[in-house]
Design a protein around this ligand. Structure first.
Ligand code: NAI
Ligand code: MG
Length: 479
């Protein structure tokens, strides 16, 4: 028996997969069975696409102010169900409750923002020719899809679904197999908010279910957030099927540069938070730190002091800073990196799994004395592990920070305004923090990657526009 709802949400109803197949979802804290989750196969995805195709034209023809009103109602329901939503993410993936509640708050606020943008869809006008008034129209794609990861299941859900349906699309979302519960519940809340059946549908399953979406011939856009490898598969499936529009938010190995002229205590505190927040499972986490040589000794002391303050424990306890990693697979992956780090360098703090707390817990870890080519310095670990390097001069810092194929978020700490701006411009990343580090972000501004960290942008004042395609219309009025 499932403790939590694990069915698919298709055409306005909770449904088991047609095959009856399920997969188990276990707690990362104590291993108990949380739900038997329905696994969607081709026939389930086809049923969702059919329902979406049926519902979408009337939805797109609904006045924008009514679509916006439903989004506001949905945001109200997110607020009313805050405790339940936060709990679903905490039990499924071990996210500390304080963070889960903050995610729900942002999801609500972002949804209100999308409601406003839904009402401001405008195109261009050209009067360049005396005989013509030429215009562009923004139109929805039709049936679209989203595949989301498990690290911010509620938040990222709204980042894709709300602008997409605001623009008049019908959305089929696949939640992560590691945190599917909030996705299903958010689908139900959309129904309660009055979105017609077929406009928001939720399928569950792993990568093979995701591939059914990315390769579907009647889905016209797909947005994906997750690992770079899965992103490559999705882009290639889109290319091999119907050239659907693709938007990717992928991984990172974000650099954080601290100059000796910075407020070192402030920098150490924010750096410590950045690589440990959400138990280190954040795409923008600052996991490569570059400290100017002359300040390295003092900074290391401050960093150790900041890291020591974090509590590991039960994620449902509000004093917990770090919960377990999302599951056994993930915690074992992080442990392998700890082994590499101890071999290639030295642990300044941490360096071991926190088996005294629970099987999937990892102590926040800072490695020093690593080569730039160590896997700990180069690869996305997705755990609370920081590689600390030293640099000598501004150009050395920039070269080292940019020596990666990723480009999601970069940070510079300096009290010299000219230097901070020079370095901010030189850093190759879609977001740069100056005297502030990730996870800081502002949803009214765009978010996305340079280089292999992604394609396209989410959030920001073009969020709804990104879920539309542009049509040019020529109108001749004199002949
Ligand atoms: P993943 O990228 O494999 O999974 C993310 C989502 O994509 C899930 O919904 C999954 O079912 C789906 N998916 C996986 N393969 C797919 C495919 N071939 N076609 C369509 N959909 C597919 O990430 P996973 O396995 O959960 O974690 C593995 C690693 O990925 C982590 O250790 C971390 O390094 C990275 N990751 C990065 C994230 C980010 O935001 N940058 C988020 C989650 C994971
Ligand atoms: Mg995977």
């Amino acid at each position: 028996m499932s403790l939590y709802e694990g069915r698919l949400f298709i055409n306005g109803e909770l449904k088991t997969a047609k095959s009856g197949e399920t997969f188990p979802l276990h707690s990362p804290v104590d291993g108990r069975l949380l739900a038997n989750v329905s696994r969607a196969a081709q026939e389930d995805v086809d049923a969702a696409v059919e329902a979406a195709e049926k519902a979408q034209p009337a939805w797109a023809a609904t006045p924008a102010k009514e679509r916006a009103r439903k989004l506001r109602k949905f945001a109200d329901l997110i607020e009313r169900n805050k405790a339940k939503l936060a709990n679903l993410d905490t039990v499924a993936m071990g996210k500390p409750l304080t963070g889960a509640l903050a995610d729900v708050d942002e999801a609500r606020d972002f949804t209100y923002f999308m409601a406003g943008l839904t009402e401001s869809g405008v195109g261009q006008t050209s009067l360049n020719s005396p005989e013509h008034v030429n215009i562009t129209l923004r139109e929805p794609f039709g049936v679209v899809a989203s595949i989301i990861p498990w690290n911010f299941p509620t938040n990222i859900w709204t980042h894709d679904v709300c602008p997409a349906i605001g623009a008049g699309n019908a959305m089929i979302l696949k939640g992560s197999e590691k945190a599917p519960l909030s996705s299903i519940f958010l689908g139900q809340l959309c129904h309660e908010a009055g979105f017609p059946p077929g406009i928001v549908q939720i399928v569950n399953g792993a990568g093979d279910t995701g591939a059914l979406l990315s390769s579907h011939m009647r889905i016209r856009k797909i947005s994906f957030t997750g690992s770079t490898n899965a992103g490559k598969s999705i882009m290639s499936a889109a290319a091999k099927s119907n050239i659907k529009d693709v938007s990717l938010e992928l991984g990172g190995k974000s650099p954080l540069v601290v100059f000796a002229d910075a407020d070192l205590e402030h920098a150490a505190r924010l750096a410590a938070f950045s690589f440990t927040f959400n138990s280190g499972q954040v795409c923008t986490a600052s996991t490569r730190l570059y400290i100017e040589k002359s300040a390295a000794d003092e900074f290391k002391k401050l960093l150790i002091h900041a890291v020591k303050k974090f509590n590991l424990g039960d994620p449902s306890n509000k004093d917990t800073d770090l919960g377990p990693q999302v599951d056994k697979v993930q915690s074992q992956k992080v442990r392998k990196f700890l082994d590499i780090g101890r071999k290639d360098g030295k642990a300044l703090i941490g360096g071991e799994a926190a088996t005294n707390v629970g099987p999937n817990y990892i102590n926040p870890t800072v490695f020093t004395d690593l080569g730039d080519d160590s896997d700990v310095s180069r690869l996305e670990i997705f755990g609370p592990v920081l590689a600390l390097h030293e640099f000598d001069g501004e150009q050395d810092a920039i070269t080292k920070a940019n020596d990666t194929n990723y480009g999601l978020y970069a940070t510079v700490f300096s009290n010299n305004v000219a230097r901070a701006l020079r370095v901010a411009r030189a850093l190759q990343a879609g977001t740069v923090g100056v005297n502030v580090a990730s996870p800081y972000g502002a949803y009214e501004l765009p978010f996305g990657g340079y280089k292999a960290s992604g394609i396209g942008r989410q959030k920001g004042n073009k969020a709804v526009e990104h879920w539309t395609q542009e049509k040019t219309v020529y109108l001749q009025h004199e002949w």
